[in-house]
Design a protein around this ligand. Sequence first.
Ligand SMILES: *Cc1c(COP(=O)(O)O)cnc(C)c1O
Length: 369
Amino acid sequence: MQFIDLKSQYAALKPEIDARIQRVLDHGQYIMGPEVAELEQRLAAFSGAKHCITVASGTEALLISLMALGLKPGDEVITSPFTFIATAEVIVLLGGVPVFADIEPDTCNIDATKLEAKITPRTRVIMPVSLYGQVADMDAIQEVATRHGLPVIEDAAQSFGATYRGRRSGALSTFGCTSFFPSKPLGCYGDGGAIFTSDDHLAQACREIRVHGQSKRYFHTRVGVGGRMDTLQCAIVLAKLDRFGWELERRLALGERYHALLDGVPGVGLLAVRDDRDCVWAQYTVFVRQRERVQQALQARGVPTAVHYPRPLHLQPAYEALCCADCCPASVHASQHVMSLPMSADLTEAQQEAVVAALREAVKPSGAH
Ligand SMILES: *Cc1c(COP(=O)(O)O)cnc(C)c1O
């Protein structure tokens, strides 16, 4: 069994993907070819945001968004410490200071009630992460942001396709940034990402920053980066969109089924999914004790697992200057207990039952109790 099954997905979509790739090879516009604009239109329509700007990766999407907002050295950005490193990395790259607010212990998303206390005169942006595919509490976050006149960037790298109160992840704030890394809910076959916004000026800024700050050829109105997503990767995502609706339904159903099968199993804690949103399960993550032992027992039964993430960002060596004593206890606790199980739209019910059976065995206390 694979942790994420990308081979079955390609097998199901081979004619569409191969034809899309061939078309790019035939027209030869490898950079900013017609597939780029086509994908941007389709994704904007899907998300409900006015603009979609494809970029080289999810990391680049976050970086370009912060650049478009004019983040300067010393500016503070409030974000979650329980996320992939890229979320904080882009802030530091621009000379900014990540300020970590702790997570809700049951969803692992940033706790909106902890934001207010973190706001200072240097705060410029609030950057929640929609972890594991469940959107953070964006309305509560937006309420704090509005009160302080701050823009919000949703790190939607894991949540593309998820909904929050009937609206799509990515279109819920000033910016939404997603990733098409192959293992994400909507992946390409390399690196890619996208920025969503409904603000015309910010969208234009992002389009310029993505091509070295160029507003017309060899005329640079601002400092930018080489941040385009290439045409071939856009073509691959376009082919995958044909099946994405089905994949989302599968992910939701498999997530619910995991929850039902694991509910009440002693030693397994489930992630809470709020009633007003659904989770696309970029990772199906549970809480366990003695994680290493459980992972080894699962591996011995042929079930691969992973940990997202074993160390919160404020405890990473490169970021430890940002650490305050005891500042994010829920993040530290989560980092010690989370474990992700195999998940993808092509996971079969039988495979899922095998995972659950293996996990039931693996979490049984060794020895008498
Ligand atoms: C994957 C991921 C990113 C970075 O995306 P890349 O496309 O790999 O650069 C950023 N934030 C989160 C939460 C992610 O999961």
